[in-house]
Design a protein around this ligand. Structure first.
Ligand code: KG4
Ligand code: ZN
Length: 360
């Protein structure tokens, strides 16, 4: 093993993915902005099949499945990275937010490994880790910060000002449902399966081929013009519900692609408007996106177009698709940057605990 490199085993079990990854990067760098950690392996066991049966996650079912898979997933991560457990220098683990039973499986596995191997642990905030998906790629720009970061996932929709690695200020958040949660709930209303995001997107793509219908479908863009950076998506979900009640079963079935398309457009318009507004106010050098909803193709293409028109020029950092939804590579990347910044993040396993509302 290269003595100048650090090897991190990352573990993620906060929700319904059992995941482990190996991240490797230089121990020291001249400028943290130009660090280039590598993802050596990224193994995800998705519990999707289990939860599709119940149209949502049953926490006890999720934790049991994590217990059954965690060792296999870690073994596959070390095998794919062509390393052994003895080569691991640091263990990174998600401590929250998430489902407590699920989190504890990852945390206790990390602690047991740290005890046996005599290695330190870094505890990771799952939401913060979503922002580190973009740092899987070498960033070309000299100036990344100040950046405006937006996390849009199943559990969170927040805008943050990022002045440097690990330096955050919360600027706005959802006052009710998260964007991903709205996708999931509206999918259920439209009888589409879980998770809602990809299925709504898929349905919406058929809207172009729908024979012209006179039915006017348009949904509100909640809080799009409000003078803050907060979001609210629960009213949008209710509007979809009222619309399908008015349409009745037959028309709802016929117009499903149009309903999905219009809902998706409403949510994306709000997300893009708010992030552009924040970037303007704080004269951001970059926009960083993270979270499952960032896998949405329409969001990705619309924000690319929008950012091209912002002056002065701004860097748009969007994660690769495979790193948008939950995985352990983002946990390892986040841990790597914490390690570079401050070695005090390395903890003895005894002081690692679940934390359902970790602070930024
Ligand atoms: O980040 P993530 O994997 O888990 C959380 O930390 O919550 O995000 C999951 C969320 C789900 O709500 C899912 O519906 C949404 O991300 N999602 C999408 C897409 N793919 C996943 N939403 C919109 N479009 C997508 N293509
Ligand atoms: Zn997540």
């Amino acid at each position: 093993m290269d003595k100048n490199k650090i090897t991190i085993l990352a573990i993620e079990t906060s929700c319904d993915e059992t995941a482990a990854a190996i991240i490797m990067g230089p121990k020291k760098v001249k400028n943290v902005n130009f660090a280039s950690p590598k993802i050596k392996s990224n193994i995800i066991y998705s519990q999707l099949d289990l939860h599709q049966k119940t149209k949502g996650i049953v926490p006890e079912v999720a934790s049991r499945a994590h217990i059954e898979k965690i060792i296999d997933v870690i073994s596959a991560a070390t095998k794919n990275a062509k390393i052994g457990l003895k080569d691991i220098d640091i263990i990174a683990v998600t401590v929250g937010p998430g489902l407590i039973g699920s989190l504890l499986v990852g945390i206790d596995t990390a602690k047991s490994l740290a005890y046996i191997l005599g290695k330190p642990v870094i505890s990771i905030n799952h939401i913060e880790a979503h922002l580190y998906a973009v740092f899987a790629r070498k960033i070309k720009q000299r100036k990344i910060f100040p950046a405006i970061a937006m996390i849009v996932s199943g559990g969170h929709t927040s805008i943050l000002l990022m002045r440097g690695h690990g330096e955050y200020r919360l600027l706005g958040t959802t006052i009710d449902d998260a964007a991903g949660e709205a996708f999931d709930k509206v999918a259920k209303i439209l009888s589409l399966s879980y998770p809602g995001g990809p299925n709504i997107s898929f349905e919406a793509r058929k809207a172009k081929n729908l024979k012209d219908s006179k039915e006017m479908i348009q949904f509100p863009r909640p809080m799009i013009d409000s003078d803050n950076l907060d979001f609210s998506f629960s009213g949008l979900k209710t509007s979809v519900l009222y619309k399908i009640r008015d349409l009745g079963d037959k028309k709802t079935r016929q117009l499903k692609p149009k309903l999905a398309d219009q809902f998706q457009k409403a949510i994306i318009d709000v997300l893009i408007e708010k992030i552009s507004k924040a970037a303007r106010i704080y004269q951001a050098k970059s926009i960083i996106l993270g979270g499952g909803v960032v896998a949405n193709e329409l969001l990705r293409s619309k924000i690319r177009k929008k950012v091209q028109n912002i002056k002065p020029k701004i860097n748009l950092l969007i994660p690769e698709l495979r790193l948008c939804t939950d995985n352990a590579a983002i946990i390892g990347l986040c841990a790597y940057y914490q390690y570079l910044k401050n070695k005090r993040c390395l903890k003895n396993f005894k002081s690692i605990h679940a934390d359902l509302s970790p602070k930024f």
